[in-house]
Design a protein around this ligand. Sequence first.
Ligand code: F6P
Length: 367
Amino acid sequence: MAKNKTKCIGVLTAGGDCPGLNAAIRGVAKAALHNGTKVIGFLDGFRGLVENRTVQLDDASVSGILTHGGTFLGSSRDKPHKMNMAGQVMDMTAVAADNLEKLHVDCLVCLGGNGTQKNALRLSRKGSVPVLTLPKTIDNDVAGTEVTFGFDSAMQIATEAIDRLHSTATSHHRVIICEIMGHNAGWLTLGAGIAGGADVILIPEIPYDLNHVVDHIKARRHHNKRFSIIAVAEGAISAEEAASSKKKSDEITLHTEKNGQTLIAEPKASRLARELQQLSGIDVRVTSLGHILRGGIPSPTDRLLCTALGTRAGQLLAEGVYDVMVAVRGQACVPVPLEEVAGTTRLVPTDHPWIKTARLVDTCMGD
Ligand code: F6P
């Protein structure tokens, strides 16, 4: 066996959690331990790295977690270069780098979405310890990979929800709006919308005209289909909003804190329901799936993907391949330079085959 080039790794999970994180930690840790690498877990994402809160991982601590939801290491949306430390936002990059050096970590493995890819690359550039990342998010919007882990599980949950909404909508001849996570990318709404047979699918990439949605619902009624399911991504915007770039201000409002209080904007689905009702007089109900999409056990596909990505990461670490994200390309897990990935969001191309498929079964895409 070739010499193992990595003696010690740190592992952290950052950003919004998703099913499959534990399976991925297990994959990385088992492969690394197998090569004789020491594995240190940092708690609660980059915050645990800055605060030096660690747990040493051995075979026992990563056994029996393959099927568990969430992340046993904990997660947070903290960034080392802009961290809230007792009410003050500070650049803690040097502290993070120092902690890694003191622990003799050769490479920091970061499991996360778009924000994490950026934060990991920044840390690697500013500190002296390289990184390796895995693409995680239910949004499926990380560049450089064909798919992210967590997406398949979330799509399964969203599809089941749409199935259940179908039966009650049919009984009451109602229109039901199902709001699905995804601020910038519509992969989850599109995938689950097609799989669940939604009649209208609204995603951020295709600004909608509410009049078209009303026409579609009315045409269905005319053909004696007296219920309709609308799958809407939380970041979907109308054509007017797109033109006036109102979405930007909405996003800021959603995440703004004022006088210590988080301001929460009216969710997309309830605003859509109100506007739809005003425009058409049709009785509308709303279900927002929210964090249900991120909870619970990973699907078999995600368990397999996380194990493949995690163990491939272990191999790459042994070879000393750093500053890469392990990406999915066909059946293979391949390293791609992190700088090619970080900072790019993979949106749904408007000519994507899934969109064509949806239109071919007469789904209204709002345009
Ligand atoms: O990034 C994943 C995601 O689940 C998005 O789809 C969603 O908009 C966001 O996280 C919600 O974040 P939080 O859990 O911090 O409210």
